[in-house]
Design a protein around this ligand. Structure first.
Ligand SMILES: [Zn+2]
Length: 253
């Protein structure tokens, strides 16, 4: 295993697809590819070959990827999904309901169409630079509370804040929470850059809800996995978000 893939639990791996951008791979049967593989996020539009190499390096077959779950529409998460769909693997792609128009290509400037007060002034100015990845017209929606028959059961948790349709994935059997960009761990565990958020009024309650889940290992969209005091650190972040909802997002815990 090279230093860009890492096992979080049985059948759960992190793949660093480019500098500080993560995708996660799940074995549907909990250990190998016999029952198919599920990808959580897909990196940028140039991450496809890297993802394929990493999956092979883990001794698994890229063609076994039958589903891609997108935490949100941003192009550093949805970027390679369209290319996977066109490949021989032809996986199904899923995203949170409110992010579907962006993922499907029906809303090319989602940050601009967000409700007033959900995007900061700087966020609105940056909106035209924040475009979704290549469109996936057949993407399907995932709703809060759904359980996917993957890796012993993956729970879909609505996690609006970073985007309106942002979703997280809870794997209770493995004690893993894949939080997408609800939290970021680049220099420390934080909320990530504030102007990128398009549902910021819901961020604090989302962090609170995620911190209340039962997990020991926290995988995020950017930066290393958190395996020590992960729940406590996420709860501390929720406290900060509640006290200072309008910050730029580079706070530490
Ligand atoms: Zn991201």
């Amino acid at each position: 295993m090279d230093n860009r893939t890492e096992q979080l639990a049985d059948g759960v791996w992190r793949i660093e697809v480019s500098y500080a951008i993560n995708a996660y791979l799940l074995a549907n049967d909990g250990h190998g590819d016999a029952d198919g593989l599920t990808l959580v996020d897909s990196g940028t539009r140039t991450s496809g070959p890297r993802l394929v190499r990493s999956i092979r390096m883990l001794g698994l077959a890229p063609l076994a990827v039958g589903d891609i779950l997108l935490s949100h529409w941003h192009a550093d998460h949805s970027g390679s999904a369209a290319r996977f769909v066109r490949s021989e693997a032809a996986p199904r792609v899923h995203a949170g309901l409110a992010d579907l128009p962006a993922v499907r290509g029906d809303d090319p400037l989602p940050q601009r169409s967000a409700a007033h007060g959900d995007v900061s002034l700087l966020g609105r100015l940056l909106a035209r630079y924040l475009r979704p990845g290549p469109a996936i017209s057949g993407a399907a929606g995932l709703a809060d509370g759904q359980t996917l028959d993957v890796a012993g059961g993956v729970h879909v948790v609505a996690a609006p804040g970073h985007t309106a349709g942002h979703i997280a994935f809870h794997l209770p059997q493995q004690g893993v929470l894949l939080a997408g960009d609800a939290a970021s761990n680049l220099l420390w565990l934080s909320r990530g850059p504030g102007p990128l958020r398009s549902a910021r009024r819901q961020e604090a309650s989302t962090l609170r809800r995620l911190a209340a889940l039962d997990f020991q290992t926290l995988g995020v969209g950017h930066g290393p996995v958190v395996s020590k005091r992960a729940r406590q650190r996420l709860a501390a972040l929720a406290d900060r978000a509640q006290r200072r909802p309008q910050h730029l997002g580079l706070d530490s815990t």
